[in-house]
Design a protein around this ligand. Structure first.
Ligand code: UDP
Ligand code: MG
Length: 334
């Protein structure tokens, strides 16, 4: 205990692990999450840090995060100036986390904090990224599961780099990877892809994803479609090439067909009719053109947003709550 007084707090032990928890209207689950998370972290011999990022909640998640019981971990409570979305909240967490290893955890306890020691063990074994893959998706509808599976298949077919299927944001990243991600200049942050992008030594562990503990999911299908488009456009330009190929195929077929129609008319004459085929051709071509234009628009829109260079999020407040002295003593004794 005497030794403790002589040492400034931060020199006692460097932060080994940061756990980032994005919060958006999570007052219902936050106390339960905090209890389970601190129970796991308290049992670890390492110095840990919890980074709560309040993503502009409409309820008092932010105030609640600051009032949670203190633990052996440092608590860092960030609050963004408005709701910027989970991807932005995670980026903010990554920018502020100080640990040598960083874990991203959902607040709703769908990602069990009890798996943290296992993830840390993999990191100690030399892995830079520990992906957590869902074995089963409990509490999710048949439609969500099948659409998710189809989406991963399409995404992986389109993207040049494998993006692991059924791996959410729950994962561990080494300091090296976090620094690389923080240094990326792009604003469109499709995290699932970005986490796979740096490469390094990756390992995947399996786990059963529980249903949400309490509260409501913040996702709806339009939001998910937006995220899905982000994923595809951020990691592939193949759809544009596909549009080119479709256009080329249609143009060549139209040319051949046109030549045939002209020749046929010249030789045998034309007894009119042809309304249905004309209609089908016009509608089909119109449809393909609009689709290709929409696709161009998706890419162009993202280029536009990137050129504006606005930050992904604005941090309104940072509150640092150091671990309690009682807990610090534990470290000195070791
Ligand atoms: N979240 C966030 N900002 C948002 C939406 C969600 O920070 O705009 C957080 C939310 O508080 C939770 C995590 O992201 O910690 C996952 O959200 P949710 O459980 O609603 O997503 P799902 O598990 O249904 O995909
Ligand atoms: Mg959830």
């Amino acid at each position: 205990m005497l030794k403790l007084k002589a040492l400034p707090a931060d020199e006692i032990a460097p932060i080994t692990l940061s756990v980032i928890v994005p919060l958006y209207n999570e007052t219902e689950v936050l106390p339960v999450l905090h209890r389970r998370l601190t129970a796991v972290l308290d049992a670890l011999p390492d110095r840990c840090e919890i980074v709560y990022v309040d993503d502009g909640s409409a309820d008092d998640s932010h105030q609640l995060a600051q009032r949670l019981p203190r633990s052996s971990s440092d608590h860092l409570c960030l609050s963004l100036s408005r709701n910027f979305g989970k991807e932005a909240a995670m980026s903010a967490g990554l920018a502020y986390a100080r640990g040598q290893a960083v874990i991203l955890l959902d607040a709703d306890l769908q990602d069990p904090p009890e798996l943290i020691p296992e993830m840390l063990a993999k990191w100690r074994a030399g892995y830079d990224v520990v992906n957590m893959q869902r074995r089963r998706r409990l509490g999710e509808s048949w439609f969500k599961r099948t659409s998710a599976a189809a989406y991963y298949r399409i995404l992986n077919w389109l993207s040049d780099m494998p993006i692991p299927e059924n791996v959410g944001d729950f994962r561990l990243l080494s300091r090296q990877v976090v620094d690389q991600l923080n240094a990326l200049p792009e604003r469109s942050r499709y995290m699932k892809g970005l986490f796979a992008w740096p490469g390094f030594r990756q390992v995947t562990l399996q786990f059963d994803r529980d249903p949400r503990e309490a509260g409501q999911t913040k996702w709806n299908y339009p939001k998910l479609v937006g995220l899905a488009m982000d994923g595809i456009t951020a990691f592939s330009i193949k759809p544009l090439r596909l549009a080119t190929w479709t256009g080329l195929t249609i143009a060549i077929s139209a040319f051949l067909y046109g030549a045939w129609v002209v020749a046929k008319t010249l030789i045998w004459g034309e007894p009119v009719a042809g309304y249905p085929s004309l209609m089908v051709a016009v509608l089909a071509l119109g449809g393909v053109q609009l689709l290709a234009m929409g696709l161009l628009g998706e890419y162009l829109g993202r280029v536009y947003i990137e050129t504006k260079g606005r930050p992904n999020y604005l941090v309104e407040e940072v509150v640092e709550l150091p671990r309690s002295v009682l807990h610090r003593a534990k470290e000195v004794q070791q």
